[in-house]
Design a protein around this ligand. Sequence first.
Ligand SMILES: [Zn+2]
Length: 712
Amino acid sequence: MQLTERKMEKSLCTLAAHKYSCVYHCAAAESQHSQNDSNSCTEVTHYRCNKKKLHRKNISRDSEEENNGEKKDASKTDEKKTQLDCPPLGLESLRVDDSQIRASSSQRSGLGPHRGRLNIQSGIADGDLYDGAWCAGYKDQNQWLEVDAIYLTLFTGVVLQGKNSIWSWDWVHTYKVQLSNDSVTWKTCMNGTEEAIFEGTRTHGPRCSTWYINGTVCLRAEILGCRVHDPDDIYSSEQDLGSKDPLDFRHHNYKEMRKLMKSVTEECPDITRIYTIGRSYTGLKLYVMEISDNPGKHELGEPEFRYVAGMHGNEALGRELVLNLMQYLCKEYKKGNQRVVRLVTDTRIHLLPSMNPDGYEEAYKKGSELAGWAEGRYSFEGIDLNSNFPDLNNIMWDAEEMAGDKSKVSNHYIPIPEYYTQEDAMVSPETRAVISWMQDIPFVLSANLHGGELVVSYPFDCTVGWAPQEDTPTADNAFFRWLATVYASTNLVMANPNRRLCHHEDFQAHNNIINGGAWHTVPGSMNDFSYMHTNCFEVTVELSCDKYPHVSELPIEWENNKESLLVYMEQIHRGIKGVVRDKMTKQGISDAVIKVEDHDHDIRSAADGDYWRLLNPGEYKVVVWAEGYIPSMRRCHVGMEPRATICDFTLTKIPLQRLKEIRTKGLKIPQDLLQLRLRALRLRKLRATTKVLNQRRVGQRRLQEERKARGA
Ligand SMILES: [Zn+2]
């Protein structure tokens, strides 16, 4: 461990299998979430090698600083303490290259050393090239996995997981850690005078019901270490991999997030506003930051944008990027950055950094390396919010099939189904809050920020006829592909042609974009709901291979995503927009239907009669109609420039005489109007049941608090 005492070329760390005899098999019924990405059998353990020496190391560093005449204060000492927690070398983040990982043997190439990375996910089928761990070819005590840190490194810890597979569970029971500077002589991590044996068992979690003696040596690992200055290496003064933007790069828990958001509004009071859209199950507020030149107001013709992050609580990068983005927009607006000023002036931006704050807090407690793959993904009640929205796809497809004619069925503004509005419907308070939010604001464009992969997926997420995987395009497929491409082609990691794939799927072959259904079907996704129930186009961005990157990765992740986050928002100014007005009164007409020829998906005007129709460049025949008005047609041209073409409409009322005729003939209410009424009715019902549930929860909480107070 005393790495700085001799001249060394590099530092290596080996995990030698010491005893492998135990393999856990968990009964599926006992695992809480048996989803494909949540193998709850794989728990993480974290061990610090040779604490004593580390401590000594720390002291000597302190004295060095004193010699340099540097002042020491309490906060400095605290900083030192956190420095002890060295960052991961990057087996999970892929900062460590495949060539840096070697092993004694491998069962086969799909289980090679390059698969021995923390949280790596296997494909559905075992036995392919991308399996869920490194597995040794032999079952003996001579098996090892070796990681070359390349630079002189002070190793401080190891994080281990078993194999990821839905078919088998392989686990290393105990292991030794050895260190070397030349890969010839190895020093074993000691525990006093004995070789330290670390246990790979899980500390908690569901109990195992069966033990298999014939297990295999399989593991996934992360190694923690700090790079040490090497006087013999002229290149050792590593170039700064961070960001030049002065943003608060760290993981913010609920309280810290609230504080940070408040500080942004204090810095930029003229363009920001914080509001809440509801509460999580445990009562944490769902905060939104609005950024616009007139916060709190919808301006005629100004489109509204939203970023939603943290729907899966453990996918923590999105939350930090959204917090970075609000700080960045504020600072750059004040500096007079023309691009940002234009964006903030022409767009009303809404940022929801944490849709599932309960889940986040659960993952945050464990931290970036120890929170497993699925810990904190779900809401407090165990609901996956990304499949908790009403499934409107199947309602529309069924109706189309019944009608036998697509054009007879409404292709947008599909109402929420009856079952969904019941008080006992399994609808989380977070989902209810977001649905109300979507209804209250005329959003045009959105992205839903996730993590754990590097790809942008676009609707539909749900396949026809419950196919597990099938390309399921919307009527706006071309524009959705454009949107996805805009983000993917400007994200610095996705755009790198030499990047290694995250887990087992090669999205690079498709330019890092994919149709949601072609990836895997998700009924009730937020993206599909947004497209079918409102005017808003939404894609999902999978931001990084690592769901919860170490804090040291945050500046670089901001740089990786900064341009993408900005340029994606700018896409809201594509296509056509305008105001639909009454010819006589010049008043805006709300709920007017905007129909684009050859696009089986309509859009509706907002309360003031303004509308936005996202479209790729081209010539379009646009028909607008509203209840009681004569339809109007115009040709609208969309150019290449990133500016929406203004296409206003004035509608003439159907003459009173004609209306009377229609009424006396006793004609039925038009299908479309019926749909609209149903939509409003169901939403009212959903809000009413939400209110009841919330009141009940507040009452329960108060009762608990009273009991607690009485107990104390
Ligand atoms: Zn996710």
